[in-house]
Design a protein around this ligand. Structure first.
Ligand SMILES: [Mn+2]
Length: 233
């Protein structure tokens, strides 16, 4: 039976990603999916993006891919681009090929495999993934914390009363595997698994491997980061 393999935020950590795949040894019929944020921050963003395309690995859209796509779209207009890039993002934009752009633009917001759903950020119980508003679209990429009324809390504005979305997610979209918010170990909630373990921040790169697409039968496999690049969130 084929396996479903979901990788956490890679952020250009190609060496660790290859090491992790060497360890998992994906078989021909296995499905491999990234939670997004394949690029930016790490040393090998575009190389990672091309490696993923070459190896037929799927991905959902991350907020960092979304930023690059939005920047490129604004570049087509004669007006001043409202999006500011840092040096790393500028380098990506300077070297990106039409094929890379096409691949980024093709990334879906979510992917479903039976009762397992992959998204980058998080979701609110009220969301209907097939019918998201523009606002919800951005939330899906960026959600971390909710306030007591269940509303989106902007990054850095969370308080003691805020709740991490996965802790209150009721499972109406199946088991959700996500990235975006990193933690030292994969975060296992009742109806969600957070698989970003901060490789680019010097921690480790992780994957959840489901045997036969069943949400109860999984293991988490990680490789240590060899090349810490940046600190922060
Ligand atoms: Mn990320």
């Amino acid at each position: 039976m084929s396996a479903l393999i979901v990788y956490g935020d890679i952020h250009g950590c190609l060496d660790e990603f290859q090491k992790l795949r060497d360890q998992i040894k994906p078989q021909k019929n296995d499905i491999e999916v990234c939670v997004g944020d394949i690029i930016t921050k790490g040393s090998y963003s575009l190389e990672t993006l091309r490696y993923i395309q070459k190896n037929g690995i799927l991905s959902v859209l991350g907020n960092h891919e979304d930023k690059i796509i939005r920047y490129l779209k604004h570049q087509e207009s004669p007006k001043k681009n409202p999006i500011n890039l840092d040096n790393d993002e500028q380098q990506i934009v300077d070297n990106i090929t039409p094929k890379d752009i096409e691949f980024l633009q093709s990334l879906p917001l979510f992917l479903r495999f039976d009762d397992i759903t992959v998204v980058h950020g998080g979701l609110q119980n009220s969301m209907v993934l097939e019918n998201l508003s523009g606002r919800e679209y951005q939330k899906l990429l960026r959600l971390r914390y909710l306030d007591q009324e269940g509303h989106f809390v902007a990054h850095g504005e969370e308080t003691e009363d805020s709740t991490f979305w996965a802790d209150v997610y009721d499972g109406n979209q199946g088991l959700v595997v996500y990235g975006h918010q990193w933690s030292e170990e994969s975060k296992i909630s009742k109806n969600a698994i957070g698989v970003d373990t901060g490789c680019v921040y010097g921690n480790k790169l992780s994957a959840v491997v489901f045997d036969g697409n069943t949400k109860t039968d999984y293991k988490i496999i990680s490789v240590k980061a060899g090349f810490p690049i940046k600190s922060g969130t």
